[in-house]
Design a protein around this ligand. Structure first.
Ligand code: 3PG
Length: 307
């Protein structure tokens, strides 16, 4: 009997786990659950004999790959796969996949939850401001960016986007203004919503030069990855501009300095919350489970990211 590990330090909603188990039961597989683990040793032990594995932001390092003697497939139930050592997987012929688009709406909604909470001063009884008629710049127009555009239009915002990998016409057919350069986006938009992946090209790319272009009330909303931010630049902008706000689903390394010096101008969660809805968990979890069965039974490699 094939064994599939669901290793989620931040667990899926119970209803999603039920659905995942049902998919594996029907395929005749055994489901092994490892939730809320705090020690990587537990993960190393759990992967030892499994054929497949579903993860979220859990790190699949070379050490994990090495410990997994039977592993044939690892699925990141979500979009970003920067937490998987793809080279280590490829070296052992392990297929790595993601489940693009499945949790995107949840992430987009969180971006607006943070903007509203921030602009209403944390609901502290004082007078805040509205999103209507403000400009928002979507940095990377992928699955999440598109949902952000739809919601932003509902709020009556002016919506801009920049994505060097998406044709201008593609962006503009959605009623979104395409910026020619990333600088233009940051110059025009009071809110910037980040949706770039973390890779060698993007790490620390949100720097002082870009952030200093933001107009008055400039607010950076990060539901992407902490690594794309140059934190020295972030601290410099916080210090130089009392109008700057940073709303992030990712806790920065410089969290305590920001908390101490710039109260009311940031949001950081206890854990990454963007994809943490029952709907996103069901969509991404079930897609992951079905992709595992599709691969192990039929060799389907759609969504493989280490080709
Ligand atoms: C993603 O890349 O899909 C998101 O960052 C969600 O991550 P999570 O599954 O750890 O919440």
């Amino acid at each position: 009997m094939k064994k599939i590990l669901v290793a989620t330090e931040k667990p899926f909603a119970p209803v999603a786990v039920e659905g995942i188990k049902k998919v594996f039961d029907e395929a005749g597989y055994e489901t092994v659950m490892l939730e809320k683990y705090t020690d990587v040793a537990d993960l190393l032990k759990a992967v030892e004999s499994v054929d497949g594995m579903i993860i979220r932001s859990d790190n699949v390092t070379a050490e994990v790959v090495e410990a997994a003697k039977n592993l044939k497939i690892v699925i990141r139930a979500g979009a970003g796969y920067d937490n998987i050592d793809l080279a280590a997987c490829s070296a052992k012929n392990i297929v790595a996949m993601n489940t693009p688009g499945q949790n995107s709406n949840a992430v987009a909604e969180l971006a607006f939850a943070m903007m509203l909470y921030n602009r209403r001063n944390g609901f502290n009884g004082t007078s805040g401001t509205e999103l209507r008629d403000k400009s928002i710049g979507i940095h990377a127009y992928g699955n999440v960016g598109k949902f952000v555009a739809t919601i932003a239009k509902g709020f009556g915002m002016s919506v801009y986007a920049f994505d060097p990998f998406v044709k201008k016409e593609e962006i503009e057919k959605d009623g979104v203004k395409a910026a020619d350069t990333v600088e233009e986006l940051y110059k025009k938009c009071q809110f910037i919503s980040l949706h770039i992946p973390a890779n060698d090209k993007t790490k620390k790319s949100i720097n002082y030069e870009l952030l200093s272009l933001l107009p008055k009330g400039g607010t950076l909303v990060n539901t992407a990855r902490k690594e794309v931010i140059c934190e020295e630049s972030l601290l410099r902008i916080f210090e130089e501009r009392s109008d700057f706000n940073y709303l992030s689903d990712l806790v920065p390394d410089c969290k305590s300095e920001i908390e101490e010096k710039y109260p009311g101008r940031f949001i950081f969660p206890t854990k990454k919350m963007g994809a943490q809805t029952a709907e996103a968990n069901i969509n991404a979890g079930l897609a992951a489970a079905k992709q595992i069965v599709g691969f192990l039974e039929k060799g389907d490699t759609t969504f493989q990211v280490n080709k």
